[in-house]
Design a protein around this ligand. Structure first.
Ligand code: NAP
Ligand code: GDD
Length: 349
């Protein structure tokens, strides 16, 4: 029997890797996309097939985590075996600017999905496995290393919203016996990472600097430490959680932490650039409250799911730099041919 998956957040970094993974495993994949005035499907264009073609396995549906009736309708129509809730306003700094919206989508959005699944399951008897995209940001001020037993101390509206969803996921498992898992994922990056997250902001800027397309990179707190892994590895962990015999919660991390400064230094060194000539601090990128140090202990996932990361810190930076160098070269060629190309520094956070 072909398994059916429903993904929210498919147009994001993780959603695109997860859709690829599931399609590769023979799943029929349905995914929620938001209506947008400009295209937001760049990361999944390579997966899209005209639904009029025979044998299509990837279907896009308009929807929004703020719209409960829409989520209910989708669950009823798609009849999923597995739901992956990756949709979110996922930028921590933006959550300080838009706390109410962030809570609506990142906290209540999860509740809406869980309620839709609960009712569908009760009415039809169809078991639906649920994955919640929880975050290491929930640990906040709790000292490293962090694992599943570390007490949470959230430090942003985003983290508070994610913590609500984490506990609701557990609550639905305990109250209704739902197969609901919370994946507490530490930072994970790739060449598909949004350009306002610090790693991609750095690799985009450094490669553009090397091509003479910009001169300065403005950053905030360089001393924050993060446990950075590769997104492709992390979606494998999500899938493994839903294949397990029992629903559970797992920390997913590499077990190594580096500062933002170290990420800068290694990126610039790879390009033989001196960061001291190009990197400046702009306090506008500071946050009202900072998460100083995240370092995950993923022993439980290693033991129970057989999961471990495959990409090293340097390997991650290298693949991002290579990709962004290709983009910068293309941008320079287009500029040379008289076509303007947007700057990445315009509206970053
Ligand atoms: P991302 O690239 O920012 O993608 C977020 C996705 O959510 C996009 O597809 C976005 O759609 C969608 N979305 C936003 N608001 C929505 C709404 N109201 N209704 C439906 N969909 C909505 O994030 P990511 O890095 O792939 O992360 C995936 C999930 O894991 C998120 O929940 C994030 O909070 C969580 N997480 C990420 C990390 C990490 O390091 N990447 C770590 C821990 C947890 P548009 O494309 O239309 O904006
Ligand atoms: N974005 C950004 N921009 N961050 C900067 C900058 C800058 O110019 N300068 C320094 N930083 C610091 C931030 O203050 C933070 O300490 C660190 O770089 C990482 O910031 P982000 O890349 O924005 O990621 P994040 O850790 O806040 O959040 C990401 O990881 C979480 C998991 O821990 C997001 O992907 C969240 O959705 C995710 O849950």
């Amino acid at each position: 029997m072909t398994k059916i998956a429903l993904i929210s957040g498919v147009t994001g970094q993780d959603g695109s890797y997860l859709a690829e993974l599931l399609l590769g495993k023979g799943y029929e994949v349905h995914a929620v996309i938001r209506r947008s005035s400009s295209f937001n499907t760049e990361r999944i264009e390579h997966l899209y097939v005209d639904p009029h073609e025979p044998g299509v396995k990837f279907f896009l549906h308009y929807g929004d985590l703020a719209d409960a009736s829409n989520l209910r309708r989708l669950v009823e129509r798609v009849k999923p075996d597995e739901v992956y809730n990756l949709g979110a306003q996922s930028h921590v700094k933006v959550s300080f600017e838009e706390p109410e919206y962030t809570v609506d989508v990142d906290a209540l959005g999860t509740l809406r999905f869980l309620e839709a699944i609960r009712d569908y399951r009760e009415r039809t008897g169809h078991e639906v496995r649920f994955y919640q995209a929880s975050s290491s940001e929930m640990f906040g001020a709790a000292p490293p290393p962090q694992n599943e037993t570390t007490p949470f101390h959230p430090r942003s509206p985003y983290a508070c919203a994610k913590l609500y969803s984490h506990w609701q996921t557990i609550n639905y498992r305990e109250s209704y016996g739902m197969f609901a898992c919370s994946g507490i994922l530490f930072n994970h990056e790739s060449e598909r990472r949004g350009e306002t997250f610090v790693t991609r902001k750095i690799t985009r800027a450094a490669t553009r600097i090397q091509m003479g397309l910009q001169d300065k990179l403005y950053l905030g707190n360089l001393s924050a430490k993060r446990d950075w892994g590769f997104a492709g590895d992390y979606v494998e962990a999500m899938w493994r959680m839903l294949q397990a015999d029992q629903p559970d919660d797992f920390v997913i991390a590499t077990g190594e932490a580096y500062s933002v400064q170290e990420f800068v230094d290694r990126t610039f060194a790879m390009l033989e650039l001196d960061p001291r000539r190009h990197v400046e601090i702009d306090p506008r990128y500071y946050r009202p409250a900072e998460v100083d140090a995240l370092l995950g202990d993923a022993s439980k996932a290693r033991t129970k799911l057989g999961w471990s990361p495959t990409v090293t810190f340097d390997g991650l930076i290298r693949r991002m730099v290579e990709h962004d160098l290709m983009l910068a070269r293309r941008e320079k060629l287009l500029l040379g041919a008289g076509h303007g190309a947007g700057s990445t520094q315009g509206q970053d956070t």
